[in-house]
Design a binder for this molecule. Structure first.
Ligand code: PMV
Length: 352
């Protein structure tokens, strides 16, 4: 009998959307109501490292997942969908070539480590599911492109489909009921605009409020602003944002990024009952970015907020002193702020 332990390791980066995904048209398949676009953070900063292994030596019928040393429940529909899709692709390969080892039936053992605090409210599920899918795809030696794998990672967590690429990534919402065309594509590689930087400001005491799934469902069901956002605002911004990135037009990129974050949080406030992800500390960061841009006489920084109070501030490397320096000065005395890894706000959080 085959007693080999097969193994593959990979990393996937965190991505932060600049045009936000908010709303599901199919919660089971994680099909979105609008397309979205993100910037992937540098692997050296925030990433998940994952090793996938399989063997007939592992206890039969038991797939396991360890995250930062703690056993995770893999019985959830999202994780199961990823395992099922990847096994089906491996089974198809094994059916074509009977010489291949029969890996699809073997129990999976997944070990993941984040190099940032999982509880900090950063987009850990995006990097996590992207790394899980890529690691198993590599273990199974699937000849799948990142876009093909994005279809599977999307079923783990919507935003995870964008973490299969570095750089600037669009998730096209697609129209098919089975999700076959709801996929991620590279808009531009990181090397296209390498001096993009991201400063991540973590509200230390951040607790998970309303989960993104619960929040999205409530917004779709009750917000009267939502339809305009999904049908008109975001489609126009997707085009404008892709153009801004291609032209490396930071002012246009920043303007769209801030407007779209505010539009998303306005829809949250317009949800019944209202959802508050941003807090007073978040609003202090908005004002700090406004002050930085006013002092510079042009737009050199852009804020964006996900489903929590933490701020991500994008800026161009040439304005590092103005942006990161100002944040250090402004926020040093503001209770509640610290860097992405819990340290003092640092200027070296490179994106792309
Ligand atoms: O992928 P999810 O289900 O965790 O949703 C992510 C939602 C936002 O982070 C708020 C926006 C986005 O596009 O990432």
């Amino acid at each position: 009998a085959d007693s080999t332990v097969y193994r593959a390791s990979t990393t996937a980066p965190v991505n932060i959307a600049v045009i936000k995904y908010w709303g599901k048209r199919d919660p089971k398949l994680n099909l979105p109501t609008n397309s979205s676009l993100s910037v992937t953070l540098a692997q050296s900063d925030l990433r998940t490292h994952t090793t996938a292994a399989c063997s007939t030596l592992f206890p039969a019928g038991q797939d396991t997942l360890l995250l930062n040393g703690a056993a995770q429940d893999v019985s959830g529909a999202r994780t199961q969908a990823c395992f099922r899709e990847l096994r089906a692709l491996r089974e198809a390969l094994e059916a074509q070539d009977p010489q291949l080892p029969k890996l699809a039936q073997q129990p999976l053992r997944i070990v993941s480590e984040n190099n940032f605090p999982t509880a900090a409210g950063l987009a850990s599920s995006a990097a996590g599911f992207a790394a899980l899918v890529r690691a198993i795809a590599d273990l199974y030696q699937l000849p799948a492109t990142p876009t093909e794998l994005s279809r599977i990672a999307r079923q783990g967590s919507g935003s995870a489909c964008r973490s299969l690429f570095g750089g600037y990534v669009a998730w096209e919402k697609g129209t098919a009921a089975d999700g076959s065309d709801s996929l991620a594509y590279e808009v531009a590689p990181a090397s296209h605009w390498p001096d993009m930087r991201a400063l991540i400001l973590v509200v230390s005491a951040a607790k998970k409020g309303v989960s993104s799934t619960t929040g999205m469902q409530a917004t779709v069901a009750t917000s009267s602003l939502f339809a305009a956002r999904a049908n008109d605002t975001v489609p126009a911004r997707m085009r404008d944002m892709a153009s801004a990135i291609k032209a490396k037009d930071f002012a246009a990129f920043a303007d769209l990024t801030m407007k779209d974050s505010n539009s998303f949080h306005a829809c949250c406030l317009d949800t019944s009952p209202p959802i508050f992800y941003m807090n007073d500390v978040s609003r202090a960061a908005v004002r700090a970015v406004e002050a930085i841009n006013a002092a510079a006489g042009k737009t050199v920084a852009a804020y964006t907020f996900d489903a929590g109070p933490n701020a991500v501030v994008y800026y161009a490397a040439e304005h590092e002193a103005a942006v990161a320096g100002a944040f250090k000065a402004v926020l040093a005395g503001t209770e509640g702020w610290s860097g992405a890894r819990g340290e003092a706000v640092a200027a070296d959080e490179k994106a792309a």
